[in-house]
Design a binder for this molecule. Structure first.
Ligand code: NAD
Length: 335
């Protein structure tokens, strides 16, 4: 029996998370869900959007499944997603992008993974005004964070039986910061001679991903490039409705859909639960439940291919819960 922290989230979060929980339960893996609050409901009930109890639960279970959380714009509290990543040192943002027949997209047979550094770069939050008319944001790159993200990418590639890693950078211009990232990537790559290693400059990488995505496999990169290129990869496979992700550290891993809380759809039973269901499959794989993870991915593929019980964004008229039930039924049928 695994213990997993469950954060239902804001907006459409509770609907997509309920669908994912039902699918995990259909897989037969025994999980004791430990409910924890974050975001709007936490603010209302506990007076803070990120209660210490939620962090303690994640530290204790080491694994979490989470719905999206709303970040107030302009004023209000800062992103809870960023706060969670910082507090738990979730230094890996893993973003697989795999195409599924039945989902309208530019290409077939896309199978890419972006491994994004999650803690530093321009996201370290070191910025200030220089007088009233200029602002400076500082890009921080360290050898330690660069080596550990590249090492994670190589270990992941080896574990998953994948073939190649591309390090993405802009070291031709940012000679010190991206130069350090690239140097760290080369140092780590030399320790994994069985895995092919190559380097690409980020602007060229963006064009290549649009024109020749099949040339690539696993890509590792600093935070900002990862943020942008992982969304490009989600676009290649048909968008946010089907894009899962994981935030991983040495002690804790948190799995969540890439999309946000889409407040205008809240409570309407309309949005696509696939991204959260695929995030739950990543979670099961992380727990060592490869067969159950694969079973869920196959069930998702079957329901998408059939195209009968899919949500509006995929051209169907099924609700969130109905699509979740169809996937859960396919999981049960193939166990
Ligand atoms: P969003 O992803 O919530 O929604 C943008 C649009 O994408 C929606 O209006 C909808 O048309 C579509 N969409 C999103 N998810 C979908 C799904 N599962 N099925 C079908 N269509 C879907 O992005 P946003 O509007 O920019 O952000 C809304 C809120 O979510 C903001 O407060 C933002 O900060 C937050 N957010 C949270 C996370 C997270 O928790 N990890 C990620 C991104 C955004």
């Amino acid at each position: 029996m695994y213990k997993v922290t469950l954060i239902r989230g804001d907006g459409i979060g509770p609907e997509v998370v309920a669908a994912a929980v039902a699918v995990v339960e259909a897989s037969g893996v025994a999980i004791a869900w430990e409910e924890a609050l974050a975001g709007e409901e936490a603010l209302e009930r506990c007076g803070t959007p990120l209660p210490e109890k939620t962090l303690a639960s994640l530290r204790e279970t080491g694994v979490g499944l989470k719905g999206p959380l709303t970040t107030p714009i302009g004023s209000g509290y800062r992103s809870i997603n960023v706060a969670l990543r910082k507090a738990l040192d979730l230094y890996v943002n893993l973003r697989p992008a795999k195409s599924y027949p039945g989902v309208r997209s530019l290409y077939r047979d896309i199978d890419l993974v972006v491994v994004r550094e999650n803690t530093e770069d321009l996201y370290a939050g070191v910025e200030h005004m220089v007088g009233p008319d200029a602002a400076e944001s500082i890009k921080i790159i360290t050898r330690r964070a660069s080596e550990r993200i590249v090492r994670y990418a190589f270990d992941y590639t080896r574990r998953q039986g994948r073939r190649k890693i591309t390090a993405v950078h802009k070291a031709n211009i940012l000679k010190l910061s991206d130069g350090l990232f690239l140097e760290a990537a080369r140092t780590v790559a030399a320790q994994y001679p069985a895995i092919e290693f190559e380097e690409r400059i980020v602007d060229n990488m963006a064009m290549q991903l649009v024109q020749k995505p099949h040339l690539y496999d696993v890509m590792v990169m600093p935070n900002l490039y990862g943020d942008i290129l992982s969304d490009l990869c989600a676009g290649l496979i048909g968008g946010l409705g089907v894009a899962p992700s994981a935030n991983i550290g040495d002690g804790t891993a948190l799995f969540e859909p890439v999309h946000g809380s889409a407040p205008k759809y809240r409570g309407k039973d309309q949005v696509n639960p696939t991204a959260t269901i695929l995030s739950a499959a990543l979670m099961l794989r992380h727990l060592g439940e490869e067969k159950a993870a694969l079973g869920i991915e196959k069930a998702v593929a079957a329901v998408l291919r059939e195209g009968q019980t899919v949500t509006y964004d995929l051209g169907g008229s099924a609700g969130t819960a109905a699509m979740g039930r169809a996937i859960a039924a396919a999981v049960s049928a193939n166990r």
